[in-house]
Design a binder for this molecule. Structure first.
Ligand SMILES: [Zn+2]
Length: 207
């Protein structure tokens, strides 16, 4: 038994090692960017930058190594059958086309089945696990919806994300404040337009 435990620990350690980002490698890349734009990576203000950026990217992609399904565990005891809407969950993600941040709000609505509901913090954790990866807003939206639908088995799920993409607002067409809105609609929300519009108006209501 003792040996097995030790083996398991070693395996876990190896697994963790594989999933740890290589901070030195990221820092090397950042240093090349600094050189590439014609700056001096050795000047005082930039000395620590490659490693700071490496740590930032590691944090912004930490969700790659988390299992999102772990957050979809119904609350024991509490039962509820009416629509649940959690609005304005802040999300920060990285656009996989530019490695530039996009930030915004995620709204999640679902209709429970058999009274099964999730803790509100779990919904926020689910959104965070998928945000902290290289993403497309469209995929982020459907990933959250599908995982909730598969894990909780509710009657319907609707996820709406509104986000500002810095790759769009800071460069190129420079549409400051432009918001991209995506939605994923599953189950009852898809088949029943009335339920869907009820959820939509609750999400849009800014009270
Ligand atoms: Zn982009």
């Amino acid at each position: 038994m003792v040996i097995k435990l030790a083996e398991q620990k070693q395996k876990n350690r190896a697994r963790r090692k594989n999933t740890q980002p290589d901070l030195d490698l990221i820092a090397q890349g950042v240093k090349l960017i600094i050189e590439g734009i014609g700056e001096d990576p050795n000047r005082a203000g930039l000395k620590g930058t490659p490693h700071r950026v490496a740590e930032m990217y590691a944090e912004l992609t930490a969700g790659m190594h988390e299992d999102p399904q772990q957050h979809v565990i119904p609350l024991p005891g509490d039962k509820h059958d009416e629509m649940v809407i959690v609005k304005d969950i802040s999300i920060a993600s990285l656009c996989e086309h530019h490695l530039a941040p996009f930030v915004g709000k995620c709204h999640i609505a679902y209709i429970p089945k058999g009274g099964r509901i999730l803790g509100i913090s779990k919904l926020a954790r689910l959104a965070e696990t998928f945000s902290r990866r290289l993403q497309l807003q469209e995929r982020l939206t459907t990933d959250i919806a599908n995982t909730l639908f598969d894990g909780l088995k509710p009657l319907g799920v609707m996820v709406v994300i509104e986000a500002e993409h810095t790759c769009m607002t800071l460069r190129g067409v420079r549409k400051a404040d432009a918001k991209t809105v995506t939605s994923a609609v599953l189950g009852g929300f898809r088949t029943d337009p009335r339920t869907r519009s009820e959820a939509m108006s609750l999400i849009k209501g800014r009270d």
